[in-house]
Structure formats: structure tokens, C-alpha cells
Design a binder for this molecule. Structure first.
Ligand code: IPD
Length: 276
């Protein structure tokens, strides 16, 4: 029987509102955290609680749906293999470092893929009440109002975001720093705000013109990829090819012209292992 995507949207939109309260009320105090892959890759009890609330809530309505989640992921090769089944790709707190420091720029990021195509995307910052939503073919919205990318084509006039990432790996840091240096010479402004999903949401809003990052995960970008495209933007691989959600590489931009201009400037990096 066919999946009611309208119902899926309603269910997840309500669940992120509920889960958002766990983030918003805990933001007033710094959080205890545990380390994941290294000393700047963090997880808090709130990450786990939000993920559990979302997964239990979804399973109640859609018992046969699958999950790929940041905290859910076992880290085993193949654990995140995407199938044609309806699959919810979840980052319970994107921007965990910000959350730990009470810097009010973190969000829940949830995408739904059916037959490997993203149908629904929600990026919700409950601290500042910023909700970005999209359904495939139906446009992108910010707190219920339709949004559009800036239309910027000129790299010299572009405000671009990126991240240092969550590893201090020497090779990776070399490329990150090289790209910051190169981009700073080309663009109007370069910003590092600490959440991959919100970086992309800002492109959809027209507040930023582009975002790139090597090292992101599927759960950081699944929802925001749809939101950017539904706002009229483009999401590609930083080398210029097709975006691959499991490749840990992303370049989002207001226009294809800007995306290609940034792609040409970037030193490329291929984070391993892939997410799948
Ligand atoms: C991370 C943040 C960070 C970005 C990383 C992400 P997390 O997500 O978005 O800004 O640089 O690539 O993995 O760990 O806070 O959910």
C-alpha cells in the first residue's frame, strides 16, 4: 500500500517540536558530554534522548520504516546501507559542540527517503525557533513562509560558510586550512557557525550564498539538501559531479554558476570511510 507522505510530514513536524523542547530547555546550562571519534567529536545525553524520542514516535506510526541515525549508527561497514524502504535519516543534535557551549545555533535534522529519493526535510533550531521545511516538489519554507535562495552567481559577492569539522586529523586540517585561505581571497565573506545542516538552511533562506564541507555525514545533510533544492539552489559534489549523500562531501550554492566557481577554487579531499 502506498505511503501517505502528508501524514509522514505531519507526524515528524509534531515530533521535532516535542523533541526540540529537550534541546531548548537544556541549552541554559553547559552539558556533560562523551567523546566519539576524537576529542572534538561530542555526544550528549540530549542527543541520545532526542534520537530515541524521534525513532519511537516514528515507529509508533510507521512500524516498518527504517532509520539511519547519527547516534543509532553502529559504525560498522554497511550499517548505513540505503535501501528502497522508507528510511528516516536523523541527526538529533547537529551542532553538538555549539549545544555544549550554549551557543544558540544547533538543530534537529530529519530527512525521509523513499526509493532512495528524499521526500521530506526538516531542519529545526528550537533555541531560536527557526524551522526549515520542505517536501519534494512543494517548495521550501522558513517558519511557514516560502523561501528562495539569493540567486548570487558572482563568487566575489558571495557569503560562504564552511566548518573546521570534528577531527584534528593532520591531513584533513591541512586541506581545511588551505581552503579557508584560498576562499578568503575570493569571496565577499567566509563564516564558520558550527552546524552543517543550518549552514545549508541559510543558503536556502538566501542569507548565505554557498556552503561546502568535507567530512559531513548523511544525517547532517539529508534534510538540508532537499530544502536547498526546493528553495531553487543546487547541491553538488565539491569536485563538480553529482551529490552523493554517503560520500561525506557537499557543496550547496544559490546557483550552478557559483557552485562551479567555488568548486574550481577548492582543494579536494576524500574523507574515508564513506557512510555506507
Ligand atoms: C557536525 C557539525 C559540524 C560539522 C560536522 C558535523 P554534529 O555535526 O555540523 O559543524 O563540521 O561535519 O558532523 O556532530 O554536531 O551532529
Amino acid at each position: 500500500d502506498s505511503l501517505d507522505l502528508g501524514k509522514c510530514f505531519e507526524v515528524i513536524n509534531n515530533l521535532v517540536t516535542e523533541a526540540g523542547q529537550l534541546i531548548a530547555c537544556n541549552n541554559e546550562t553547559r552539558q556533560e558530554f562523551e567523546l566519539k571519534s576524537g576529542d572534538i567529536d561530542l555526544v550528549t545525553q540530549t542527543d541520545k534522548d532526542v534520537e530515541k524520542l524521534l525513532m519511537n514516535g516514528i515507529t509508533k506510526h510507521f512500524p516498518d520504516h527504517k532509520f539511519i541515525g547519527e547516534e543509532e549508527s553502529s559504525g560498522e561497514a554497511g550499517a548505513n546501507k540505503l535501501t528502497d524502504c522508507p528510511t528516516w535519516i536523523i541527526d538529533p543534535v547537529d551542532g553538538t559542540m555549539n549545544f555544549v557551549h550554549a551557543f544558540p545555533h544547533s538543530c534537529i535534522s530529519v530527512g525521509l527517503k523513499v526509493n532512495k529519493v528524499t521526500e521530506i526535510g526538516i531542519v529545526y533550531n528550537p533555541i531560536l525557533e527557526q524551522r526549515f521545511t520542505a517536501r519534494r516538489g512543494q517548495g521550501a519554507f522558513y517558519n511557514g513562509k516560502r523561501i528562495q535562495v539569493s540567486g548570487q552567481k558572482d563568487i566575489k559577492k558571495a557569503l560562504v560558510t564552511s566548518e573546521f569539522g570534528t577531527t584534528r586529523d593532520v591531513e584533513k586540517m591541512k586541506v581545511v586550512n588551505e581552503n579557508f585561505a584560498k576562499m578568503a581571497k575570493e569571496v565577499h565573506a567566509l563564516r564558520v557557525l558550527g552546524s552543517a545542516a543550518l549552514n545549508m538552511a541559510m543558503v536556502a533562506l538566501g542569507a548565505a550564498d554557498a556552503n561546502y564541507e568535507f567530512g559531513i555525514h548523511a544525517w547532517d545533510v539529508c534534510a538540508a539538501d532537499l530544502i536547498v533544492r526546493e528553495a531553487g539552489g543546487v547541491v553538488i559534489d565539491p569536485a563538480g559531479g553529482e551529490f552523493d549523500i554517503m560520500s561525506r562531501r557537499v557543496l550547496a550554492a544559490a546557483t550552478p554558476e557559483l557552485a562551479m566557481a567555488i568548486s574550481k577554487v577548492l582543494t579536494q579531499y576524500n574523507p574515508m570511510p564513506r557512510d555506507d
